[in-house]
Design a protein around this ligand. Structure first.
Ligand code: X2X
Length: 339
């Protein structure tokens, strides 16, 4: 506050510079004590960016201008893999990342991506806001990163292709499908007999356009913001996996914030996550019609045989071993028996 008044006096004393006063006083121009960067892979119109931007405004106000967070959306600072390195080194202070991609650093973080684990959003939030989520966050904490309590929604993932609709496991066999860089994703589509290729999100559009891959899988909202309807023809509603974004901080940068500022930041970011989840669920109702209008053809296959294929390929047994009995039990606590 004191800083604000001093600056005003200074500016007003400057004669013609008084005209610039309103701009100089605006939050953005004020030099904050903590200037942090937040990177993410989504366009500015995605609900995550909309809600986090609102949170950043509240953080600026509630902290009296001490914390200012600058947003770098749409992989402006590099691919997800590159940005994760920047987060670890402290070149970026905040980053939202899929737990499955984070698993390259924190293996347990991919556990929510187990095929067909969640029947609905209610079960997702019960799990991720409950014991399993806490277990994953404890793992993240040990890796030099800090995760906010509430995970943001990416969504239930659906398969798109340029070649044919997926009606059952036979259509997945041999399919050149792009998956994000993560052992769980590759393992799952290998178990389904597909030919998965690991590609970061910022190269997905081009890889589909040039047929490096014929297919990919993502939630409808992400298919829309990535304009994938321009390079894909079919959407098959497989709901094969739920994926979310952890809001991560570099631990040193997080630790540098005094406790009162940590409280302001985490409360507001967690609020943004809860709001974004609601936006996302609401948007899902209209997205199918919207994407049909943009030229995509939808089908809803019986997913039982796809799930059976995963089971018989030993997918569930293998990943239960990877994560260990304790974590698997935490997952099944809310989802019921898997595999
Ligand atoms: O890379 C993807 O497909 C995306 C955008 O869904 C994630 O961030 C995991």
């Amino acid at each position: 506050m004191a800083l604000k008044i001093d600056r005003r006096r200074f500016v007003l004393a400057g004669g013609t510079a008084a005209l610039a006063a309103p701009f100089i006083l605006s939050g953005k121009a004020r030099a904050a004590e903590f200037n942090y960067k937040f990177a993410n892979n989504l366009t500015t119109d995605h609900a995550l960016n909309v809600r986090v931007n609102e949170a950043i405004e509240r953080i600026r106000e509630e902290s009296g201008g001490r914390v200012d967070i600058m947003v770098f959306p749409n992989n402006q600072l590099g691919s997800d893999t590159d940005t994760l390195s920047q987060l670890r080194s402290g070149a970026v202070e905040f980053f939202t990342l899929s737990g499955l991609i984070l698993s390259t650093l924190v293996p347990i973080a991919s556990i929510n991506g187990i095929g067909f684990a969640f029947p609905d959003y209610a079960t997702v939030w019960k799990t991720m806001d409950g014991d399993l989520g806490a277990h994953v966050r404890a793992g993240i904490e040990k890796s030099g990163l800090h995760a906010m309590e509430k995970i943001f929604d990416n969504g239930f993932r659906q398969v798109t292709t340029s070649t044919k609709p997926i009606t059952g496991p036979d259509d997945l066999a041999g399919l050149k499908i792009r998956v994000p860089p993560s052992p769980l994703w590759t393992s799952m589509f290998q178990a389904l007999g597909s030919a998965p290729v690991s590609i970061n999100w910022n190269e997905v559009y081009t890889s589909l356009q040039t047929h490096v891959a014929d297919a990919q899988e993502n939630p409808l909202s992400t298919i829309k913001i990535g304009r994938l309807y321009e390079v894909q023809k079919y959407v098959s509603l497989t709901n094969h996996m739920w994926d979310g974004f952890w809001f991560l901080a570099n631990s040193r940068a997080w630790g540098a914030l005094p406790e009162d500022l940590q409280e302001i930041v985490s409360r507001n970011i967690n609020q943004a996550a809860v709001e974004e989840r609601a936006d996302s669920e609401k948007n899902n109702h209209s997205l199918r019609a919207e994407l049909e209008g943009l030229g995509l053809t939808f089908n809803a296959p019986d997913t039982g045989p796809i799930r059976e294929k995963l089971r018989s390929a030993g997918f569930y047994d293998q990943w239960k071993k990877e994560y260990g009995e304790e974590a698997w039990a935490l997952l099944e606590q809310t989802t019921g028996k898997l595999g």
